[in-house]
Design a protein around this ligand. Structure first.
Ligand code: BG6
Length: 492
C-alpha cells in the first residue's frame, strides 16, 4: 500500500483558547477574568509547572492592583483580537477546514452576573466566525476554557455556587442562539476532568476562600455543577437545533504500568479510570459505581432531577487532548519522575522527552483511540495534540522546527494507522495550536506550540510580528494530499 487513507469529511484543523491568544483584556467592555490574574513567574516555573494549578486570594489582589498587561501573558496574548483576519488568512492557506477556539465568558458577561450581554463582545465573535466561514473553515467552539469572570470568584463561590452555574447556562444559551448558524460543534467544558488537578483555572476555586469547608467536597460539588450545566446545555441544543452536535472533552494522558508487576498494572488501570470516569458520565449518562462512595462520603448534593438530566442528555462525540504519557507504580519511591499535562508520573526509559519534560509517545495516542472507542463506540475527535518547544528565529526570519514536524508526523501516522487497522471512528484532528500562544500552565510564550511564530518573549517584549515556521509548510504539504497521504511523506 502506498497511501494512508483519510475518511471523507475528516476535520483537519488547529486549536486554541480565547484566554491564551486574544489579549485585549480590557477592551470593548471585556471584564477581568481569572486568566488575567495568571502570570509567568520564573521562580515558580523552575520549581515546576504547577504555577497556576492553584492561586491564593493575596495573589489575586496583587494581580488586580496591577493595571499593566505587559508582564501578564494572558492579558496581551498574541493580540489575536486585532490580528485575527491576517492569522486566519495564513492558516487558511495551509488547507485546514476546522478551527477550534473558545468564547471568553468575560467578553460577553464582563462580571458574569449582568442581565444583558455585552454587544461588543458578541460582535467580535460574529466577525471571527464570519472570517472562518469565508474560507470554509468550520469553527468548533468551547464555552469554558480556563477563563471565567473574576467577579464570580470574588463575590460568589465560583463553580461551587449554584447561581454561577445558572449564569454559565445563560451565557451558553445566548452565544448558542447568536451563533447557531455559524457554529455546529460545541464543547461545553474543556478537559472536564481537569477540575481535580487544577480547581482554580478550571472552576475558579481558591482554597483559602473555603477555610471552613472541606476543599475536596468543594471541588467535587463544583464538578457536579459542571456536569449539570453541560447536560442542560446539551439538552437545550438537542431540543432547539437539530444540526448541532455537542462533545464531551477530557484530558487523555496515557498511563502505563512501570513494569509487568500486576500491582503496577492495577495502578495504571485505576489512574486511567479516573479520567474515563468523566467521559463515562457524559457519554453513558450516569456516575460510575467506583465514584459513588466518594460522592456519598463527601455529602455531595445531587438531586434526582440532576441525575435524570445527566442520563437523558448525553454527548454526541468524545473530544480529547493528547500530548504525552507517563508510567506509574504501586510504590513510586526511588523511581525517576517525569512531567506531563499538569501532573507527574514515573519516567519511561523508552521515550524521548520534550524541552518541558513531557515524554513524547505517538503509540500512546493509538492506544487511547482504541481504549476510548472500545469503551463508547461513539465518534472520537482529537481536539488538541502538539509539542511545546523552544524555537529560534534565524536572522533571515526562519524557524527550523524539525522536532515539531517529527512530533506531528509520528502522531498523525499513528492516528491514520489506527483509523485503518483498529476499527475506530474519528471525526478529526486539530493540532495545538495555530500561532504560538501563552501556555496554560506556566503563562510563558517561550513554550511554543504554533505553526506560526510570534515575536514576543515571556516578559511581554517583542513586536508581535508573525513568521511561518517549517512546520507550517509541512502541515500545508500534508493537507495537500487530501484523502490519500503518501506513505513516503509520513514514514521517513
Ligand atoms: C491542554 C489545555 O490541557 O494543554 C490547553 O486545554 C493547554 O489550554 C495545553 O495550552 C498545553 O498545555 P500548556 O500548559 O503547555 O499550555
Amino acid at each position: 500500500m502506498k497511501y494512508y487513507h483519510v475518511p471523507q469529511g475528516f476535520k483537519w484543523g488547529v486549536a486554541t483558547a480565547a484566554n491564551q491568544v486574544e489579549g485585549a483584556w480590557n477592551e470593548d467592555g471585556k471584564g477581568i477574568s481569572i486568566a488575567d490574574c495568571e502570570r509567568y513567574d520564573p521562580e515558580k516555573a523552575r520549581a515546576g509547572y504547577r504555577a497556576v494549578n492553584s492561586m491564593t486570594s493575596s495573589e489575586i489582589k496583587l494581580a488586580m492592583a496591577e493595571k499593566d498587561s505587559k508582564r501578564w501573558g494572558k492579558r496581551h496574548g498574541v493580540d489575536f483580537y486585532h490580528q485575527y483576519p491576517e492569522d486566519i488568512k495564513k492558516l487558511a492557506a495551509t488547507g485546514i477546514n476546522t478551527f477550534r477556539t473558545s468564547i471568553a465568558w468575560s467578553r460577553i458577561f464582563p462580571n458574569g452576573d449582568e442581565s444583558k450581554p455585552n454587544e461588543k463582545g458578541l460582535e467580535f465573535y460574529d466577525k471571527l466566525f464570519n472570517e472562518l466561514r469565508k474560507y470554509n473553515i468550520e469553527p468548533v467552539v468551547t464555552l469554558s476554557h480556563y477563563e471565567m469572570p473574576l467577579n464570580l470568584v470574588l463575590n460568589y463561590d465560583a463553580w461551587y455556587d449554584l447561581r454561577v452555574r445558572e449564569f454559565f447556562i445563560k451565557f451558553a444559551k445566548i452565544v448558542i442562539d447568536r451563533f447557531h448558524d455559524k457554529v455546529k460543534y460545541w464543547i461545553p467544558i474543556n478537559e472536564i476532568d481537569s477540575i481535580l488537578r487544577h480547581p482554580f483555572s478550571s472552576a475558579g476555586l481558591i482554597r483559602d476562600r473555603f477555610i471552613n469547608e472541606n476543599f475536596e467536597k468543594v471541588i467535587y460539588q463544583a464538578m457536579h455543577n459542571q456536569f449539570v450545566a453541560a447536560a442542560t446545555i446539551t439538552k437545550y441544543i438537542h431540543e432547539t437545533y437539530s444540526d448541532i452536535q455537542v462533545g464531551s472533552m477530557i484530558t487523555s494522558t496515557m498511563i502505563y504500568p512501570y513494569n509487568s508487576d500486576p500491582r503496577n498494572s492495577l495502578k495504571s488501570v485505576q489512574l486511567m479510570r479516573e479520567s474515563y470516569n468523566f467521559s463515562d458520565i457524559q457519554i453513558r449518562g450516569k456516575y460510575p459505581l467506583n465514584l459513588v462512595p466518594k460522592l456519598k462520603n463527601l455529602h455531595i448534593e445531587i438531586s434526582k432531577e440532576d441525575l435524570d438530566l445527566i442520563s437523558k442528555n448525553t454527548a454526541d462525540f468524545i473530544a480529547f487532548s493528547y500530548y504525552s504519557s507517563v508510567c506509574t507504580a504501586f510504590d513510586t519511591k526511588g523511581l525517576k519522575v517525569t512531567k506531563a499535562n499538569r501532573m507527574e508520573g514515573v519516567y519511561n526509559k523508552y521515550l524521548p522527552t520534550s524541552d518541558w519534560g513531557w515524554q513524547i509517545d505517538p503509540v500512546g495516542l493509538r492506544i487511547i483511540l482504541i481504549n476510548l472507542y472500545d469503551r463508547y463506540q461513539k465518534p472520537l475527535f482529537i481536539v488538541e495534540n502538539g509539542l511545546g518547544a523552544k524555537d529560534s528565529l534565524t536572522a533571515s526570519g526562519k524557524i527550523h522546527d524539525d522536532y515539531r514536524i517529527d512530533y506531528l508526523r509520528q502522531h498523525i501516522k499513528q492516528m491514520l494507522v489506527s483509523i485503518q487497522n483498529d476499527g475506530i471512528e474519528l471525526m478529526g484532528y486539530c493540532m495545538w495550536g495555530m500561532t504560538d500562544m501563552i501556555s496554560a500552565s506556566t503563562s510563558q510564550i517561550s513554550k511554543r506550540y504554533g505553526l506560526i511564530y510570534v515575536d514576543l518573549d515571556d516578559f511581554g517584549d517583542g513586536t508581535y510580528k508573525r513568521y511561518l515556521k517549517d512546520s507550517y509548510f509541512w502541515y500545508q504539504k500534508l493537507l495537500s494530499f487530501k484523502n490519500k497521504i503518501s506513505k513516503d511523506f509520513l514514514d521517513k
